[in-house]
Ligand binder design. Structure first.
Ligand code: ADP
Ligand code: MG
Length: 487
């Protein structure tokens, strides 16, 4: 399968995630929208190959992970779903060798990392757990600066990186850098957890049910935020979830597992929804596969109604006149920065003399990055059947209606993905494509000089001056093991 095929296949979904939409580029504004942020080259994702990996705990007969081969394409989001105890966390933790595989190989980029020093490996792989996993006695800044400090960065560089990351996860650095985790909401802690995982700019991010502990609204925001971050950073993200809707929303690929980390289906959300492999997957998807497809499309992808705009202080009568001319029956009031603050019907306006200037906190508002599913929720909660759409910097973009969403469902059904799928099986078969991609370094770790394996070694800042760590390569197993790290 050519690289081209891959790109074609995923581009459609990438588009549906808002990648490349106006909102993406502009919300990732000036300071953010730069791969060279802070003057340092940023590290994109690396591919991962889990190759015929088995994990047996404590000599147990039934493996927790049974001969799993899984190809994880670089720079994409892969979601692991499946029933509790099926081996998702074990698989995830084997990628950074917090849990050591019993058998098989792990390849990161083009390097066999099965036996390399585990600590060194983990500096290249960010890890995010529920509630952020922050150290309670450390400030936000110290939590985020943990790995850079270990890597020997100087204070100034760490401080700059901390601020940059807080900005990335939409927390105001001046407000939050000196706070302690207990002074933050669950959602804020989770943001800091993501910032910490990204601190040393690793090519890979592992997330274990990261948004499981926050309320639905916060979860939706954090998911949107992750999509924003990913459209900027292009990391390889492997994320465990028990929520199929979350998998559909975030995933470029979804791996549906059954017991023993057996792959039941590994494909794009579109194809899994359209063609569940069997009843097991159907049950997992749950009811309303059609509705779930709404989780694939973004508000920014559908045609919005332009509506009528009004401004505070304007004559209400004049605005009503304007509404009449356009055939609408309401007007969205925007502030001097074009941000919607109210939505008034003709009837409401006809009882006013001037257009008021205060913010309506109940205004049904969705962003262009919101999924159609989220938009539908907002409309139903507000019982308006319509919602105001804001784009970059909260600017008014238009109005979305239930009809628009319904039309989109029909459109979505017409989606035809390409034919590329990454390999996933439990049969011991090694994918030929991956073999080829990794052929230069398909031997062992010792054969790969650090300086050559760009993808893998470059991100470990402060570590890059030496081309290979002589102690690291052959170190093999380490004090980390599964018994020390049960969740
Ligand atoms: P999931 O994350 O999908 O819920 P896990 O990977 O945590 O599943 O667990 C997979 C299986 O391995 C389960 O049967 C679990 O009980 C078992 N398991 C996980 N960790 C250990 C351990 N440290 N020792 C023994 N068994 C374990
Ligand atoms: Mg788990």
């Amino acid at each position: 399968m050519s690289e081209n095929t891959r790109n074609n296949t995923t581009s459609s979904h990438a588009a549906s995630q808002g990648v490349g939409t106006e909102q993406t580029t502009s919300s990732a504004d000036e300071s953010r929208n730069d791969a060279n942020r802070g003057g340092e080259a940023r590290q994109k994702g690396a591919s991962i190959l889990i190759e015929n990996v088995t994990k047996r705990y404590g000599g147990g007969k039934k493996p927790a992970v049974d001969q799993l081969t899984l190809e994880i394409p670089a720079g994409q989001i892969i979601m692991f779903v499946g029933p509790s105890g099926c081996g998702k966390t074990t698989t995830l933790k084997m990628i950074n060798r917090l849990i050591e595989p019993t058998e098989g190989r792990l390849i990161l980029g083009d390097e066999d990392v099965t036996k390399i020093n585990g600590d060194k490996l983990r500096r290249k792989i960010g890890y995010v757990i529920q509630a952020g996993g922050l150290l309670p006695h450390m400030t936000v800044a110290s939590n985020i600066g943990l790995v850079p400090k270990m890597l020997g960065w100087d204070k100034k560089r760490i401080a700059e990186r901390v601020d940059e990351l807080l900005d990335l996860v939409s927390l105001d650095a001046d407000t939050y850098r000196n706070r302690y985790p207990r002074e933050l909401s669950g959602g804020q802690q989770q943001r800091v957890g993501v910032a910490r995982a990204l601190a040393a700019d690793p090519p890979v991010l592992l997330m274990d049910e990261p948004f499981g502990a926050v309320d639905p609204i916060t979860r939706q925001r954090l998911q949107d935020e992750l999509i924003n971050i990913q459209s900027e950073l292009h990391k390889t993200i492997v994320c465990v979830t028990h929520d199929f809707d979350e998998a559909v929303k975030l995933g470029d690929w979804i791996a549906v597992f059954d017991e023993g980390a057996r792959i039941v289906q590994y494909d794009t959300p579109e194809r899994i929804l359209a063609n569940p492999a069997n009843e097991f997957v159907e049950n997992f998807i749950g009811s309303g596969a059609g509705l779930k497809q709404l989780g694939l499309a973004r508000v920014g992808d559908v045609d919005l109604i332009s509506g009528v705009l009004g401004h505070p202080g304007q004559s209400a009568r004049e605005l009503v006149g304007h509404i009449d001319k356009t055939g609408y029956n309401s007007a969205v009031i925007v502030d001097d920065r074009e941000r919607p603050i109210q939505w008034l019907s003709k009837e409401q306006l006809s009882r006013m003399t001037t257009v008021p200037s205060h913010l309506d906190k109940e205004l049904p508002l969705v962003g262009t990055r919101s999924t159609l599913n989220d938009a539908l929720d907002t409309m139903l909660v507000a019982s308006t059947g319509e919602a105001v759409v804001e784009g970059a910097r909260g600017r008014y973009r238009g109005i979305i209606t239930v009809e628009t969403v319904m039309n989109a469902i029909t459109e979505l059904r017409r989606y035809t993905p390409g034919d590329y799928t990454p390999v996933g099986n439990n049969t011991g078969e090694i994918p030929v494509t991956v073999q080829r991609t990794n052929s230069e370094a398909s031997g062992d770790a010792e054969g790969t000089a650090g300086a050559e394996s760009q993808d893998v070694d470059a991100p470990v800042e402060g570590d890059t001056t030496s081309s290979a760590d002589p102690t690291g390569r052959a170190a093999g197993r380490e004090p980390w093991n599964e018994s020390g790290d049960r969740s």
